[in-house]
Ligand binder design. Structure first.
Ligand code: CUA
Length: 334
Protein backbone atom coordinates (compact mmCIF):
# COMPACT_ATOMS: atom_id res chain seq x y z
CA UNK A 1 0.00 0.00 0.00
CA UNK A 2 2.25 2.76 -1.25
CA UNK A 3 1.36 6.37 -1.92
CA UNK A 4 3.98 8.19 -4.01
CA UNK A 5 5.95 10.74 -2.06
CA UNK A 6 4.87 13.54 -4.40
CA UNK A 7 1.21 12.72 -3.77
CA UNK A 8 1.81 12.53 -0.03
CA UNK A 9 3.50 15.92 -0.18
CA UNK A 10 0.66 17.45 -2.17
CA UNK A 11 -1.80 15.89 0.27
CA UNK A 12 -0.60 18.08 3.11
CA UNK A 13 2.25 15.97 4.45
CA UNK A 14 5.21 18.05 3.27
CA UNK A 15 7.15 17.69 6.49
CA UNK A 16 6.40 13.99 6.97
CA UNK A 17 7.10 13.04 3.36
CA UNK A 18 10.52 14.67 3.41
CA UNK A 19 11.88 12.59 6.31
CA UNK A 20 14.74 10.21 5.59
CA UNK A 21 16.55 9.48 8.78
CA UNK A 22 18.17 6.70 10.75
CA UNK A 23 15.40 6.91 13.35
CA UNK A 24 12.10 7.45 11.58
CA UNK A 25 8.95 5.36 11.08
CA UNK A 26 8.36 7.39 7.88
CA UNK A 27 11.41 5.86 6.21
CA UNK A 28 10.72 2.13 6.51
CA UNK A 29 13.58 -0.26 5.79
CA UNK A 30 11.95 -3.53 6.85
CA UNK A 31 8.73 -5.34 5.94
CA UNK A 32 7.15 -4.70 9.32
CA UNK A 33 7.83 -0.95 9.32
CA UNK A 34 6.59 -0.85 5.70
CA UNK A 35 3.23 -2.40 6.66
CA UNK A 36 2.82 0.06 9.52
CA UNK A 37 3.75 2.99 7.28
CA UNK A 38 1.11 1.85 4.77
CA UNK A 39 -1.50 1.75 7.55
CA UNK A 40 -0.49 5.23 8.67
CA UNK A 41 -0.96 6.54 5.12
CA UNK A 42 -4.36 4.84 4.83
CA UNK A 43 -5.46 6.45 8.11
CA UNK A 44 -4.23 9.87 7.01
CA UNK A 45 -5.92 9.60 3.61
CA UNK A 46 -9.25 8.66 5.22
CA UNK A 47 -9.20 10.77 8.38
CA UNK A 48 -7.57 13.84 6.79
CA UNK A 49 -10.34 14.55 4.22
CA UNK A 50 -13.02 13.76 6.86
CA UNK A 51 -11.43 16.26 9.21
CA UNK A 52 -11.28 18.89 6.45
CA UNK A 53 -14.94 18.23 5.58
CA UNK A 54 -16.01 18.71 9.20
CA UNK A 55 -14.02 21.95 9.42
CA UNK A 56 -15.52 23.09 6.10
CA UNK A 57 -19.10 22.48 7.28
CA UNK A 58 -18.36 24.16 10.59
CA UNK A 59 -16.97 27.22 8.80
CA UNK A 60 -19.98 27.28 6.47
CA UNK A 61 -22.41 27.10 9.41
CA UNK A 62 -20.61 29.94 11.22
CA UNK A 63 -20.57 32.03 8.06
CA UNK A 64 -24.30 31.50 7.53
CA UNK A 65 -25.13 32.33 11.12
CA UNK A 66 -23.06 35.53 11.04
CA UNK A 67 -24.66 36.66 7.79
CA UNK A 68 -28.05 35.82 9.32
CA UNK A 69 -28.88 33.91 6.21
CA UNK A 70 -30.93 31.32 8.04
CA UNK A 71 -34.32 31.51 6.29
CA UNK A 72 -37.42 29.83 7.57
CA UNK A 73 -37.26 26.13 6.71
CA UNK A 74 -38.65 25.62 3.27
CA UNK A 75 -40.93 22.74 2.41
CA UNK A 76 -38.73 19.77 1.52
CA UNK A 77 -35.73 21.06 3.50
CA UNK A 78 -36.09 18.23 6.00
CA UNK A 79 -35.83 15.65 3.22
CA UNK A 80 -32.61 17.31 2.05
CA UNK A 81 -31.25 17.28 5.59
CA UNK A 82 -32.08 13.60 6.02
CA UNK A 83 -30.40 12.80 2.73
CA UNK A 84 -27.24 14.71 3.72
CA UNK A 85 -27.14 12.96 7.09
CA UNK A 86 -27.58 9.61 5.37
CA UNK A 87 -24.68 10.32 2.99
CA UNK A 88 -22.55 11.49 5.90
CA UNK A 89 -23.29 8.34 7.90
CA UNK A 90 -22.47 6.26 4.81
CA UNK A 91 -19.08 7.97 4.44
CA UNK A 92 -18.30 7.26 8.10
CA UNK A 93 -19.30 3.60 7.86
CA UNK A 94 -17.26 3.07 4.68
CA UNK A 95 -14.23 4.92 6.16
CA UNK A 96 -14.31 2.93 9.40
CA UNK A 97 -14.77 -0.35 7.51
CA UNK A 98 -11.75 0.36 5.28
CA UNK A 99 -9.69 1.25 8.37
CA UNK A 100 -10.77 -1.90 10.21
CA UNK A 101 -10.00 -4.15 7.24
CA UNK A 102 -6.67 -2.36 6.63
CA UNK A 103 -5.68 -2.76 10.26
CA UNK A 104 -6.63 -6.45 10.19
CA UNK A 105 -4.57 -7.06 7.03
CA UNK A 106 -1.52 -5.30 8.49
CA UNK A 107 -1.84 -7.40 11.63
CA UNK A 108 -1.92 -10.54 9.46
CA UNK A 109 1.17 -9.42 7.52
CA UNK A 110 3.05 -8.78 10.78
CA UNK A 111 2.15 -12.27 11.99
CA UNK A 112 3.23 -13.88 8.70
CA UNK A 113 6.92 -13.42 9.51
CA UNK A 114 6.49 -15.71 12.54
CA UNK A 115 6.01 -18.69 10.20
CA UNK A 116 9.43 -18.27 8.57
CA UNK A 117 12.69 -19.77 9.66
CA UNK A 118 14.47 -17.17 11.68
CA UNK A 119 17.49 -16.06 13.51
CA UNK A 120 16.96 -15.91 17.26
CA UNK A 121 18.16 -12.84 19.12
CA UNK A 122 17.60 -12.12 22.79
CA UNK A 123 17.48 -8.47 23.76
CA UNK A 124 17.35 -7.64 27.45
CA UNK A 125 16.64 -4.12 28.66
CA UNK A 126 18.50 -2.96 31.74
CA UNK A 127 18.82 0.46 33.31
CA UNK A 128 20.12 1.90 30.94
CA UNK A 129 21.51 -0.29 28.23
CA UNK A 130 20.66 -3.33 26.08
CA UNK A 131 22.12 -6.82 26.53
CA UNK A 132 22.03 -8.64 23.19
CA UNK A 133 22.61 -12.36 22.64
CA UNK A 134 22.58 -14.41 19.42
CA UNK A 135 22.16 -18.12 19.21
CA UNK A 136 24.59 -19.57 16.73
CA UNK A 137 22.91 -21.67 14.02
CA UNK A 138 22.73 -25.31 15.10
CA UNK A 139 24.26 -24.61 18.49
CA UNK A 140 22.90 -24.14 21.98
CA UNK A 141 25.45 -21.51 22.94
CA UNK A 142 24.74 -17.82 22.87
CA UNK A 143 27.07 -15.08 21.71
CA UNK A 144 26.71 -11.95 23.74
CA UNK A 145 27.25 -8.31 22.94
CA UNK A 146 25.59 -5.05 23.97
CA UNK A 147 23.97 -1.93 22.57
CA UNK A 148 24.59 -2.82 18.94
CA UNK A 149 22.17 -5.04 17.06
CA UNK A 150 23.29 -6.57 13.76
CA UNK A 151 20.71 -8.09 11.42
CA UNK A 152 21.06 -9.83 8.05
CA UNK A 153 19.09 -8.16 5.24
CA UNK A 154 16.34 -10.26 3.69
CA UNK A 155 16.11 -12.71 6.60
CA UNK A 156 13.65 -12.76 9.44
CA UNK A 157 15.00 -12.31 12.93
CA UNK A 158 12.94 -13.08 15.99
CA UNK A 159 13.78 -10.66 18.78
CA UNK A 160 12.92 -12.07 22.23
CA UNK A 161 12.54 -9.19 24.61
CA UNK A 162 13.07 -9.33 28.36
CA UNK A 163 13.93 -6.97 31.19
CA UNK A 164 15.81 -7.43 34.44
CA UNK A 165 14.50 -4.38 36.25
CA UNK A 166 11.69 -2.07 35.06
CA UNK A 167 9.50 -1.81 31.95
CA UNK A 168 11.34 -0.55 28.88
CA UNK A 169 10.18 -0.41 25.27
CA UNK A 170 12.12 -1.68 22.28
CA UNK A 171 11.69 0.64 19.33
CA UNK A 172 13.71 0.76 16.12
CA UNK A 173 11.22 2.79 14.07
CA UNK A 174 12.81 2.14 10.67
CA UNK A 175 12.30 -1.61 11.07
CA UNK A 176 9.20 -2.15 13.22
CA UNK A 177 6.83 -0.73 15.81
CA UNK A 178 7.27 -0.48 19.56
CA UNK A 179 7.12 -3.51 21.82
CA UNK A 180 7.10 -3.32 25.60
CA UNK A 181 10.01 -4.97 27.41
CA UNK A 182 8.56 -6.33 30.63
CA UNK A 183 10.27 -8.02 33.60
CA UNK A 184 9.17 -11.65 33.97
CA UNK A 185 7.44 -11.76 30.59
CA UNK A 186 8.95 -12.49 27.18
CA UNK A 187 7.57 -10.43 24.30
CA UNK A 188 8.67 -11.11 20.76
CA UNK A 189 9.12 -9.00 17.67
CA UNK A 190 9.81 -10.41 14.21
CA UNK A 191 11.88 -8.23 11.90
CA UNK A 192 12.58 -8.76 8.20
CA UNK A 193 14.95 -5.93 7.24
CA UNK A 194 15.39 -5.12 3.55
CA UNK A 195 17.60 -2.07 3.27
CA UNK A 196 21.18 -2.12 4.50
CA UNK A 197 22.54 0.66 6.64
CA UNK A 198 22.79 2.02 10.16
CA UNK A 199 19.63 2.75 12.09
CA UNK A 200 18.95 3.96 15.59
CA UNK A 201 16.74 2.40 18.21
CA UNK A 202 15.56 4.10 21.36
CA UNK A 203 13.93 2.93 24.58
CA UNK A 204 10.40 4.29 24.23
CA UNK A 205 9.05 3.81 27.76
CA UNK A 206 10.17 6.09 30.56
CA UNK A 207 12.41 3.91 32.72
CA UNK A 208 14.26 6.28 35.02
CA UNK A 209 16.84 9.00 35.01
CA UNK A 210 18.75 7.92 31.90
CA UNK A 211 15.80 6.77 29.79
CA UNK A 212 16.88 9.21 27.07
CA UNK A 213 20.36 7.67 27.01
CA UNK A 214 19.13 4.15 26.37
CA UNK A 215 19.59 3.91 22.65
CA UNK A 216 20.72 1.18 20.34
CA UNK A 217 22.81 1.13 17.16
CA UNK A 218 21.27 -1.15 14.56
CA UNK A 219 23.26 -2.40 11.59
CA UNK A 220 21.48 -4.14 8.70
CA UNK A 221 24.05 -5.82 6.46
CA UNK A 222 24.34 -8.56 3.84
CA UNK A 223 23.92 -12.12 5.18
CA UNK A 224 27.61 -12.83 4.43
CA UNK A 225 28.78 -9.72 6.30
CA UNK A 226 26.46 -10.63 9.17
CA UNK A 227 27.85 -14.17 9.42
CA UNK A 228 31.41 -12.81 9.40
CA UNK A 229 30.49 -10.33 12.13
CA UNK A 230 28.81 -13.04 14.24
CA UNK A 231 31.79 -15.39 13.88
CA UNK A 232 34.12 -12.59 14.99
CA UNK A 233 31.87 -11.79 17.97
CA UNK A 234 31.91 -15.47 18.99
CA UNK A 235 35.70 -15.44 19.38
CA UNK A 236 37.36 -14.82 22.71
CA UNK A 237 39.20 -11.54 23.19
CA UNK A 238 42.62 -11.40 21.57
CA UNK A 239 45.54 -11.39 23.98
CA UNK A 240 47.46 -8.21 23.26
CA UNK A 241 51.11 -8.34 22.26
CA UNK A 242 51.68 -4.67 22.98
CA UNK A 243 53.15 -4.43 26.55
CA UNK A 244 51.00 -1.44 27.59
CA UNK A 245 47.81 -3.13 26.41
CA UNK A 246 48.92 -6.39 28.08
CA UNK A 247 49.25 -4.54 31.37
CA UNK A 248 45.84 -3.02 30.72
CA UNK A 249 44.44 -6.53 30.33
CA UNK A 250 45.86 -7.54 33.71
CA UNK A 251 44.35 -4.46 35.39
CA UNK A 252 40.95 -4.94 33.70
CA UNK A 253 40.76 -8.68 34.33
CA UNK A 254 41.79 -8.58 37.98
CA UNK A 255 40.45 -5.24 39.22
CA UNK A 256 37.07 -3.63 39.63
CA UNK A 257 36.13 -4.02 35.94
CA UNK A 258 36.10 -7.81 36.22
CA UNK A 259 33.40 -7.91 38.88
CA UNK A 260 30.82 -6.39 36.53
CA UNK A 261 32.00 -7.17 32.99
CA UNK A 262 32.76 -10.24 30.92
CA UNK A 263 35.83 -10.23 28.71
CA UNK A 264 35.79 -13.72 27.21
CA UNK A 265 39.25 -15.27 27.22
CA UNK A 266 40.22 -13.53 30.48
CA UNK A 267 39.16 -14.04 34.09
CA UNK A 268 36.76 -11.06 33.87
CA UNK A 269 33.34 -12.66 34.25
CA UNK A 270 31.00 -10.22 35.99
CA UNK A 271 27.42 -10.18 34.76
CA UNK A 272 26.13 -6.81 35.94
CA UNK A 273 27.36 -4.75 32.99
CA UNK A 274 27.80 -5.12 29.24
CA UNK A 275 30.05 -7.80 27.73
CA UNK A 276 33.27 -6.04 26.71
CA UNK A 277 34.87 -8.85 24.69
CA UNK A 278 34.62 -6.89 21.42
CA UNK A 279 33.96 -3.43 22.79
CA UNK A 280 36.13 -1.70 20.20
CA UNK A 281 34.10 -3.17 17.34
CA UNK A 282 31.09 -1.15 18.45
CA UNK A 283 30.09 2.20 17.18
CA UNK A 284 29.32 3.89 20.49
CA UNK A 285 29.64 3.36 24.23
CA UNK A 286 27.26 3.60 27.20
CA UNK A 287 24.15 2.84 25.08
CA UNK A 288 24.72 5.46 22.43
CA UNK A 289 25.96 8.13 24.82
CA UNK A 290 29.21 8.82 22.94
CA UNK A 291 30.88 7.59 19.75
CA UNK A 292 33.46 4.94 20.54
CA UNK A 293 37.02 6.16 21.00
CA UNK A 294 39.79 5.36 23.40
CA UNK A 295 39.42 8.84 24.93
CA UNK A 296 35.67 8.36 25.40
CA UNK A 297 36.27 5.00 27.13
CA UNK A 298 38.86 6.46 29.49
CA UNK A 299 36.63 9.44 30.29
CA UNK A 300 33.71 7.08 30.93
CA UNK A 301 35.75 4.92 33.32
CA UNK A 302 36.98 7.97 35.23
CA UNK A 303 33.67 9.83 35.56
CA UNK A 304 30.62 7.79 34.57
CA UNK A 305 28.25 9.67 36.90
CA UNK A 306 29.25 13.01 35.40
CA UNK A 307 28.54 11.74 31.87
CA UNK A 308 25.42 9.71 32.66
CA UNK A 309 24.00 10.70 36.07
CA UNK A 310 22.33 7.75 37.79
CA UNK A 311 24.29 5.08 35.93
CA UNK A 312 25.09 1.89 37.83
CA UNK A 313 28.67 2.04 36.56
CA UNK A 314 30.82 3.20 39.47
CA UNK A 315 33.80 5.48 39.00
CA UNK A 316 36.94 3.34 38.97
CA UNK A 317 39.95 5.11 40.36
CA UNK A 318 43.03 4.02 38.49
CA UNK A 319 46.50 5.50 38.50
CA UNK A 320 47.16 7.55 35.35
CA UNK A 321 49.38 4.82 33.91
CA UNK A 322 46.83 2.09 34.70
CA UNK A 323 44.02 4.18 33.17
CA UNK A 324 46.11 4.65 30.06
CA UNK A 325 46.90 0.93 29.86
CA UNK A 326 43.24 -0.09 30.33
CA UNK A 327 42.22 2.43 27.67
CA UNK A 328 44.74 0.99 25.25
CA UNK A 329 43.64 -2.56 26.02
CA UNK A 330 39.90 -1.85 25.63
CA UNK A 331 40.56 0.00 22.38
CA UNK A 332 42.29 -3.14 21.07
CA UNK A 333 39.21 -5.33 21.66
CA UNK A 334 37.99 -5.37 18.06
CU1 CUA B 1 14.60 1.96 29.16
CU2 CUA B 1 13.39 3.98 28.83
Amino acid sequence: MRVPRAVAAAGGLPILAGCRYAQSPLDPSADQAGHLYGLLQLMLWICGPMYLLVLGFLGWAIWRARRRLMPEPEPGAETGLKLSLGIWAGIIVVGLTVLTVGSFLVDRSLAEAAARERLLVRVTGQQWWWRIAYRLPGAQTWVETANELHLPAGQTARIELGSTDVIHSFWVPNVAGKTDVIPGHANVQDITPRRQGWFRGQCAEFCGLQHAHMSLDVRVESPAAFQAWLQAQAQAARTPTDPVAARGMQVAASGACASCHVIRGTSASGRAGPDLTHLASRRSIAAGLMPFSRGAVQGWIAQPAALKPGTNMPAVSLSPSDADAVGQYLASLK
